[in-house]
Design a protein around this ligand. Sequence first.
Ligand code: UDX
Length: 438
Amino acid sequence: MKISVIGTGYVGLVTGTCLAETGNEVVCVDVDAQKVEKMRKGEVPIYEPHLDVLFERNIKSERLTFTTSLKEGLMHGEIIFLALPTPADEDGSADLSYVLGVADQIGGLISQYKVIVDKSTVPVGTADKVKETIAMKAACDFDVVSNPEFLREGFAVNDFLKPERIIVGSSSKRAIGLMKRLYNPFVRSGNPILIMDEKSAELTKYAANSFLATKITFMNEIANYCEKVGADVDKVRIGMGTDSRIGKRFLFPGIGYGGSCFPKDVKALLNSGKKEEYNFKILDAVIRVNEHQKKILIPKIKTFFNNDIKGKTLAVWGLSFKPETDDIREAPSLDVIEELLSLGARIKAYDPEAMDNVSKKYGDKIELVNSMYDAIENSDALIICTEWSLFRTPDFNKIKSEVREKVIFDGRNLYNIKDIEKEEISYFSIGRNDVIAN
Ligand code: UDX
């Protein structure tokens, strides 16, 4: 099929590349001419495992091409994906100016039937607004479909190629038929394409992300309480997770959720509720608990150093908001680092992928080093913010010889308490029994 994708951010790029991989002819449109030029040469603008291989293959076979011309993009595709940014407004609501701006142009440019697909995460009612905006200028038939993405960073290619479900929000038989034809190759395993109305599709995305953020946050509160009463959150987590109604996933406590989706979507749903005079009390609590959770290691660090952090050199392992991405948006590591800088600490940090992004943000305010062991050299303590696999089996002898106070503050519960006890390292994690070395 002929597909166009407007916007080559994270979602657009993965969508375009994976649709090309299944034999469609895909044209990606972006206003950024430099970016388009680079993509034409095969340069992937983001880090996402496996995307580079698919990208190169489909560019070579000319199934995946790029342009800055919206008109060209619209002429090409029978299905037009809108994968445009929906950043948070000052009040946390989703800013629809990019989506509606492009919708306005589409109206004046299309001359034959098109299916316009909202792929971005947009508030309930956006499909209707897009429809109205296009209709003001359109001289031909068109349909607007809500088709939210559920891609996890780091697993986006796999999530796209083997989705657990595909949501298609539309009331048009013609559009539904085309969407099914496009997506059938991805659900051969029997996973469903769920057809629903546009509003329900839009809300499904917010509800799913807000529920997952709530699940993590609930577990974070249980972990904090475990520390008060001397219980072990790992045992509680497994005990709870074996109940199939709860499930084992997304119960890992830590220094809070981050990223480009959960924080933005929870706030946006809360704000959409307010506009309808509905107060999502749970979401309000989730946001507050998560903000607090991001700094949950700070009192532990302060107590360990008797409130004297000034001049201490603190090594930080992991800066991205989660492993397998270079994304630092809303990363808890940034909250930890900023708090420690304000207390006068010197930060030496390492991350396998996110160093460029952190360097752009902090310049020389923190020292970025080339390896996890360079970070601990001549440090006073080690703080772990992201659970990269690389950090799971470190050389504890090196930690003991380099980290002056022989202490780890682990925001992601990477190590087994029993193993750590043998190492004679002081160890502070989340919701488990702290190990204080003699
Ligand atoms: C999420 C959704 O999973 C995806 O479906 C949606 O489309 C986009 O948002 P992503 O932001 O890539 O994907 O990250 P995800 O793997 O879901 O993790 C989100 C955050 O929760 C991370 O900060 C992670 O560290 C945290 N998390 C996750 C926990 O703290 N504990 C857990 O048990 C799971």
